[in-house]
Design a binder for this molecule. Structure first.
Ligand SMILES: *Cc1c(COP(=O)(O)O)cnc(C)c1O
Length: 392
């Protein structure tokens, strides 16, 4: 501590005590002890950091925790869920190859397939992941990757994960699974034969709508190293502060998930039978079209997402949102609190009314990302809002 000018960096005090909370380390660069020591870090002979775009401790702490949840190792944390999709796709595919996507992927993933990848010489198409025959029929000789989500948004259809994994293995095609909706609490895709797992950490894992982050991991360590190199070169790096916030959120992930899922089950039950409600979609309900597959694949872990439809079109939808004053009308999911979204004006606004109808969506369709509030309060708030919508 003897530097004679404040410009000189002060060494961080070392000692035998350690902080209980994870320190936030925003440093962009790390000073090495010598060229030999730096060489050891770059060659993997010693632990350490050099430049934060390549790696930093807050990302590593977070990545190791998600690895443990996913039964994986060597996963990487990147700046958003879409950065994770980018690393999985562009970090693995070559021009001339084909990517087959699930027909109801996250909107931006579909947009990447439609408008960005073709510019780079990667052909794309989509098929229904609930129907293995359709997936098989859509394969081409140059198909290199299949990208699916297990629970679709917002109709909550369940992909045939095991069937698609077996098909991909047979054909030597990579299977990438975006596990954002299901989370590792419900299913660990690597254990079902997936090659790559993707997360928008922004959603349930971080859980507080204050950090935008992604995670991607491959079964094959060389693929992880390649994706890490890709993410570092293309600049997909996550901010230390976001990683620090997400790690804090992750501490309560399992508690939040379990509570939100119990609430979702209770809300789905409660909505069913309310006057004006024409349909309730929840994979844990016996009337769900993929109920048996949901049971087999997810057990009781049928998630925190509930979709329902009311009578009365856009006007009733407006009345519902206005009456549900304490429930955030916001196009996200996985927040600690319940959020409500209206696919016709948000996630599915680019589709025509006919295309939405083909998916089973109308102006009266709502998707609920159920949070951890007391269940009776939540049921009461929805009942009041649905009554207001019906009595317009
Ligand atoms: C939100 C989301 C993404 C994108 O994540 P961002 O963190 O917003 O970039 C990708 N996939 C799914 C399923 C999502 O819900």
């Amino acid at each position: 501590m003897s530097a004679r000018t404040p410009v000189r960096r002060t060494p961080w005090p070392e000692g035998t005590s350690r902080p209980l909370g994870t320190p936030l380390q925003p440093s962009v660069v790390y000073a090495a002890k010598s060229p030999d020591a730096l060489d050891d870090i770059y060659e993997g002979r010693a632990e350490g950091y050099s430049y934060a775009r390549e790696a930093h401790p807050n990302a590593d702490v977070l990545a190791r925790k998600i690895d443990a949840l996913e039964n994986a190792s060597g996963g990487i944390v990147v700046g958003s869920g879409m950065a994770a999709v980018t690393a999985a796709v562009l970090g693995n595919l070559e021009a001339g190859e084909h990517l087959l996507g699930a027909s109801q992927l996250y909107g931006r993933s579909l947009r990447m397939m439609k408008t960005e990848l073709p510019r780079m010489g990667i052909a794309t198409s989509v098929a229904d992941p609930t129907d293995l025959a359709q997936i098989e029929a859509a394969l081409r000789p140059e198909t290199r990757m299949i990208l699916i989500e297990i629970v679709s948004n917002p109709t909550l259809r369940i992909a045939d994960l095991d069937g698609i994994a077996a098909l991909a293995r047979d054909r030597g095609i990579l299977l990438a699974v975006d596990n954002t909706f299901t989370t590792p609490r419900a299913v660990q895709p690597l254990d079902h034969g997936a090659d790559i797992v993707i997360h928008s950490v922004t959603k349930l894992l971080a859980g507080h709508s204050d950090a935008t982050l992604g995670y991607v991991v491959a079964r094959d360590p060389e693929r992880n190293a390649a994706m890490l190199g890709f993410a570092s070169t293309l600049g997909l790096t996550a901010s230390p502060f976001d990683c620090w916030l997400a790690e804090r959120g992750l501490h309560s992930f399992e508690l939040r998930y379990d509570r939100a899922e119990d609430n979702a089950r209770a809300l789905a039950e409660h909505l069913d039978g309310l006057p004006g409600v024409v349909r309730v979609i929840y994979p844990g309900r016996a009337d769900h079209p993929d109920h048996d597959r949901a049971r087999a694949l997810l057990g009781d872990r049928t998630g925190n997402m509930v979709t329902f439809e009311i009578e009365g079109g856009r006007q009733a939808a407006n009345r519902l949102v206005e009456a549900a004053r304490d429930i955030a009308f916001a196009p996200t999911l996985g927040d600690i609190g319940t959020t409500l979204s209206h696919p016709a004006t948000s996630s599915h606004r680019a589709l025509s009314a006919e295309e939405r109808a083909a998916l089973g969506l109308s102006e009266g369709s709502f998707r609920v990302s159920v949070g951890v509030e007391p269940a009776d309060l939540l049921c009461e708030e929805f009942e009041t809002a649905i009554r207001a919508a019906a009595n317009g």
